[in-house]
Design a protein around this ligand. Structure first.
Ligand code: FES
Length: 124
């Protein structure tokens, strides 16, 4: 349920999977994005403790990288748990072609406000 400012009153725990596969990790240096995201989370009381950023080994959409996925964690999911691929297919949280500015906006709108960035988010 959203409050007056449209933020969820009970925001979900989120796992941000950043691809470090052979294309995203090497060609697109996704580690730099992961470090940026981790720093933003650590410095933000609204995200810290609720969002985790982890490596993911290839979404199979390598030419679109660097790619990440914002996944809502279930009650039994730990922040470092590998996702079931079928879970990624059920959630709409795949973001291809990320850069620093896009990551910042995804963190603010999808992760903080619970509003996926509709012009960038894609099915997996
Ligand atoms: S290396 Fe990132 S999607 Fe394959």
């Amino acid at each position: 349920m959203a409050g007056p400012d449209q933020r969820p009153t009970n925001p979900p725990r989120l796992q941000i999977l950043v691809c470090d596969g052979p294309s995203c990790g090497v060609t697109y240096e996704s580690e730099l994005l992961k470090e940026r995201i981790a720093g933003k989370i650590a410095g933000d009381p609204e995200l810290r403790g609720r969002c985790a950023v982890v490596d993911y080994n290839c979404f199979g959409r390598c030419s679109e990288g660097p790619n990440l996925f914002v996944r809502a964690l279930g009650p039994g999911d730990g922040p470092g748990d590998d996702p079931d691929p079928s879970e990624l297919e059920r959630q709409r949280g795949f973001y291809p072609g990320m850069d620093e500015a896009k990551c910042d906006r995804v963190l603010d709108e999808h992760c903080r406000k619970g509003q996926p960035v509709v012009e960038w988010v894609d099915d997996y």
